[in-house]
Ligand binder design. Structure first.
Ligand SMILES: Cc1cc2nc3c(=O)[nH]c(=O)nc-3n(C[C@H](O)[C@H](O)[C@H](O)COP(=O)(O)OP(=O)(O)OC[C@H]3O[C@@H](n4cnc5c(N)ncnc54)[C@H](O)[C@@H]3O)c2cc1C
Length: 502
């Protein structure tokens, strides 16, 4: 089981599973916190997966749309490479057995989402795309003998020395364990679980980011956190998502008087997410309530096209065919992450990252809807190829050299981030948050405070508004900031020479 020459993937969402399957038949280990299929955003994906497969579409157009949403920071080579691979990714998943929704003649049914200039959202089971893709992938992974599944372990530390990665320390039912490996792939997903209002599962708490940061890997694009404009406002931390595809099918946003406040905006309710989220945020700041009105469109078809969302609404006493749905913005997707190259390799030898935890340069300052599942599939393949090409390391690591296992507790951090890193940000609030997070670090040695500090630091450094990052004190785009921003542990030490990390 503990053969350090085998790669180790941490995380069993779409990114981790595609990487594992693409590496077969070579042996690989897959470590997940819960039971495979019990956790992660992939299971919750609703809208679908974007790919230029329609007769009026082509990958160049998809790349252009991705670039436009990315507001000058999406890497052209990356957007071209990933969108080119879109039709292949759909074929690959269909060949594995994903039953995408098709017309009677067998053509893929294509949805439309905000920021896309063509219908190109491929879906399965209406709004159950993520669950259906995951069921297929999990079935495949479980029946692939070269994939060893290690369930019930939460990775806590990337063990490393000056030559690179040595393995992962994790906590399982029997306490701490060490999984040696000179090739570790982090596929730990998103960050919403660290914020007070999110569409993500609670377990998506940026742990991979923190582990990589502490091991010395730079993070990039951290300030770009996408808020989804239409989470169902249930007043809980995790809010059910009402997919953009519902707006794609004609639903509109109204205030408590029925006023359609986005009617005159370019692309109206289908403008890029950041614009819609800000409009909703400002409406609420002005004391209005905001609702999604799906009564006319999709209207009676709602249960047919969006059965999962329909069920979620009904469970809360709301029938989207008759009732207005109260909504609010919520943390949905993190464009930033561990900086990786086109092979998914991070700056530390032996470390790869894939899926939402990685920042490939595909999304820039704002993710175009349904581009993340696509990125995970395409990059999962690239990572598997790169793992296979990498020399097989035989690293040894003495138990006594291991670092202490940190806790991922984060209550105070969550409240600070909620106040400072919202849809709309502002210098004084960010400065106060930075000081509070530094104090948390120094007082309690709380590692999540370090991650919070990195976010706020990145948001303070970007003195402009771009994509998902909106500064009320600098509401305009500034071309001097048309570059991606990297943050590493060195930034912490430079600003906090008295430390606080034990
Ligand atoms: C409600 C919702 C709807 C969405 N809809 C769409 C959509 O329609 N189209 C689209 O493209 N994108 C969508 N997204 C975004 C997309 O689902 C995610 O970006 C994508 O699924 C991330 O995949 P992943 O494999 O990187 O991470 P995840 O699927 O989140 O998987 C992470 C895995 O890592 C494990 N893990 C985490 N930390 C640890 C640890 N410390 N130790 C061990 N294991 C760990 C988790 O248990 C899980 O198995 C949606 C997101 C949400 C929340």
């Amino acid at each position: 089981m503990n053969d350090s020459s085998q790669p180790l993937i941490v995380g069993g969402g779409i990114a981790g599973l595609v990487t594992a399957l693409s590496f077969a038949p070579k042996p690989i280990r897959l470590l997940v916190r819960g039971r495979l299929g019990n956790e992660g955003s992939s299971l919750w994906a609703q809208g679908g997966i974007a790919a230029a497969v329609g007769p009026d579409d082509d990958p160049r157009r998809h790349s252009d749309d991705t670039q436009r949403a990315g507001c000058g920071l999406a890497d052209l080579q990356v957007t071209e490479r990933i969108t080119q691979a879109g039709p292949w990714a759909i074929d690959y998943l269909a060949t594995l057995g994903v039953p995408f929704d098709r017309s009677a003649s067998g053509d893929l049914l294509l949805g439309l989402e905000g920021g896309h200039s063509r219908h190109r959202i491929v879906h399965a089971g209406g709004d159950a795309t993520g669950r259906i893709i995951m069921e297929t992938l999990i079935r495949r992974v479980r029946s692939t003998p070269s994939i060893e599944i290690i369930e019930g372990f939460e990775a806590r530390v990337l063990e490393h020395d000056e030559e690179g990665i040595l393995g992962v320390s994790a906590v399982g039912p029997g306490g701490a364990s060490f999984f040696p490996s000179g090739r570790v792939v982090l596929a730990t997903g998103g960050v919403g679980g660290l914020f007070p209002a999110t569409t993500n599962p609670r377990g998506s708490r940026g742990q991979g980011l923190l582990m990589a940061l502490l091991a010395g890997a730079p993070l990039i694009d951290m300030e770009f956190i996408q808020y989804h404009p239409t989470a169902l406002d249930t007043g809980t931390q995790t809010l059910p998502l009402i997919s953009e595809a519902v707006r794609g099918d004609g639903a509109i946003l109204v205030d408590e008087k029925g006023n359609r406040f986005l009617a005159k905006a370019p692309q109206a309710e289908l403008a890029p997410r950041d614009q819609v989220a800000r409009a909703v945020w400002f409406e609420r700041e002005e004391g209005h309530q905001v609702f999604l009105d799906a009564r006319k469109q999709p209207g009676a078809d709602f249960p047919v096209w969006f059965p999962s969302i329909y069920a979620v609404c009904l469970a809360r006493g709301l029938d989207p065919r008759k009732d207005l749905l109260p909504i609010c913005p919520a943390v949905h997707y993190h464009m930033g992450g561990i900086e990786v190259d086109e092979r998914g390799q991070a700056a530390i030898p032996g470390l790869w990252a894939v899926g939402e935890v990685a920042a490939t340069g595909f999304h820039g300052a704002n993710r175009l809807a349904s581009n993340s599942l696509l990125e995970a599939v395409v990059c999962g393949h690239a990572v598997a190829r790169s793992l296979a090409d990498a020399p097989i390391p035989h690293r040894t690591h003495k138990v006594s050299e291991r670092q202490p296992i940190p806790s991922f507790e984060s209550k105070a951090v969550s409240a600070i981030l909620g106040r400072s890193m919202g849809v709309v940000r502002e210098r004084m609030e960010l400065e106060a948050a930075l000081a509070q997070l530094a104090a948390e670090m120094k007082g309690g040695e709380q590692p999540m405070a370090l991650l919070g500090w990195v976010w706020v630091f990145a948001a303070l450094q970007r003195i402009e508004s771009r994509g998902a990052h909106f500064r009320q004190d600098h509401p305009d785009l500034d071309r001097h900031f048309e570059k991606r921003q990297r943050v590493s542990l060195e930034d912490w030490w430079a600003h906090n020479p008295d430390g606080g990390m034990g």
